[in-house]
Design a protein around this ligand. Structure first.
Ligand code: SAH
Length: 245
């Protein structure tokens, strides 16, 4: 899990989004991965409006309430929808380019922050979307992040976060869910490249719901699945076991 904020020279995503906002409508970056196929991230996708969002995102936006923290907000597409509904949203991202783009697009409260640096802010909803649990990077990182939630959630607060269960995909290829060193199949390393700018390698976690549920229970949280697609992309709601009356 990233423990700091990024410098401009290590920010291909933010730079690509800035270029897109400045009129380069074809801007995209390449994403290299240790196990998945090479892919791209398009400016048009990152700046999607509500009508282009998928059912998982729409379900998450409908479940948002109270004071909201959008973690890893990117270009601010979810923050903008929530803001337009009159909700109070803080948007944070480690990418300076993303924060600049959010400000330009009208996200009123956007900050250049790492989620691990926020403490005692007390939100009713912490939102993490686009396989947002991935920010935790690994199962160790997820344990750390779920503990950190205690310092972020108001009484009766909730985390709404999505992920994709890759275990079936690995089993289908005859590969193990845990490798010989105990590494989980959903811990995937990536590098992003845009016009000669290269990110440091970072890991992203894709977790199956059962494992997420077990980790949440271990730390005293409940975890419900709100929606799941045929591709095993799901939205989870995580909240304190004892709800305050
Ligand atoms: N939620 C957005 C963007 C997803 S991309 C959307 O759905 O469009 C993931 C974002 O998380 C990136 O912009 C990345 O810079 C940010 N990020 C990664 N680690 C982070 C951390 N520890 N704290 C805050 N933001 C982080």
């Amino acid at each position: 899990m990233a423990r700091c904020i990024l410098d401009k020279e290590k920010d291909p995503l933010g730079t690509m989004l800035s270029d897109f906002c400045c009129g380069d409508s074809g801007a995209f970056l390449n994403v290299w991965s240790s196990t998945l196929e090479m892919s791209t991230m398009q400016g048009t996708t990152m700046l999607r409006g509500f009508e282009r969002m998928n059912d998982v995102e729409k379900c998450a936006l409908a479940a948002c309430r109270g004071r909201i923290l959008d973690v890893g907000a990117g270009a601010g597409c979810h923050s903008l929808v929530l803001q337009s509904r009159g909700l109070d949203v803080d948007a944070i991202d480690i990418s300076p380019g993303c924060v600049e783009v959010m400000r330009r697009r009208g996200v009123e409260k956007s900050y250049h922050r790492n989620i691990l640096d926020l403490r005692n802010s007390r939100y009713d909803t912490v939102l993490m979307l686009m396989n947002g649990i991935g920010i935790s990077g690994s199962l160790d990182g997820l344990n750390l992040f779920i503990q950190h939630l205690d310092t972020l959630l108001a009484p009766n607060g909730q985390l709404l976060a999505d992920s994709t269960d890759l275990t079936g995909k690995f089993l289908k290829k005859g590969e193990a869910v845990y490798d010989e060193e105990g590494g989980y199949c959903g811990e995937i390393d990536f590098v992003m490249i845009y016009k000669g700018l290269r990110s440091d390698p970072f890991s992203w976690l894709y977790v199956d719901f059962e494992l997420l549920h077990t980790i949440c229970s271990f730390h005293g949280f409940r975890c419900d699945k709100l929606i799941e697609t045929e591709e095993k992309h799901f939205l989870a709601r995580v909240y304190h076991s004892i709800e305050c009356g």
